[in-house]
Write a protein that binds this ligand. Structure first.
Ligand code: URA
Length: 207
């Protein structure tokens, strides 16, 4: 089965899972190139995302689009999704049990796409991959967890609330092309080191 078909099947599987929390909201599965090298993972859909059934289409999404343009990456060339795939009421933070309930589906989605680089946007998303990481300290650094290479960034919504965060997000977002290129070099040079499964889920800085 190709990746697009596998993602469609996964979407049907989530839609059919009535045990999931927030079932009264619309499903916002994610979108982009099923063969993307880079996946961006936010927290949960907001008002406009729920309305349109698409991730990052509100104000935070407009900022994400702007940042992608600044590095000359087409939105359609990456994959964009959230941990929690339905909108929490009043845009509150997702509850731990909501994250836990949706995580197996996010994992399947990542496994299908098999991206070279995972970019969690914000603390919530970062902490599901790197539980000990601190967003202010660790955004813009590259980590390895098992087969995954993770590059956490500030959430665009946080950047809309603070000029300092916006500056930092813009600066680190600007390094994405270099990070992706460096990964390609490292993969070419040291395939064993980068592809070895790390059963202990130890986090490791690469740069
Ligand atoms: N914030 C998120 O975390 N995800 C979206 O899709 C929109 C806003």
């Amino acid at each position: 089965m190709n990746k697009a078909a596998a993602l469609e099947e996964l979407k049907r599987e989530i839609a059919a899972d009535k045990s999931l929390p927030l079932i009264e909201s619309n499903l916002v599965f994610g979108e982009g190139d099923p063969n993307a090298e880079v996946i961006f993972i936010g927290e949960a859909p907001g008002f406009y995302e729920n309305q349109q059934g698409r991730p990052f289409v509100g104000r935070a999404g407009q900022l994400l689009d702007e940042l992608l343009k600044e590095i000359d990456w087409k939105r359609s060339s990456v994959y964009i999704t959230n941990i929690v795939k339905r909108r929490p009421p009043e845009n509150r933070d997702p509850l731990p049990e909501e994250v836990t309930a949706y995580y197996p589906y996010l994992k399947k989605q990542i496994d299908i796409i098999n991206p070279k680089l995972i970019v969690p946007l914000g603390r919530f998303s970062m902490n599901i991959f790197l539980p000990d990481a601190k967003i202010s300290r660790d955004q813009g650094r590259v980590f390895r967890k098992g087969d995954w290479i993770i590059f956490p960034l500030y959430h665009p919504a946080a950047a809309l609330r603070s000029t300092a965060v916006l500056e930092e997000l813009r600066k680190k977002f600007g390094t994405l092309p270099t990070v992706r290129r460096k990964l390609a070099d490292l993969l070419a040079e040291k395939p064993a080191e980068l592809t070895a499964a790390d059963k202990h889920l130890k986090q490791e800085k690469l740069f």
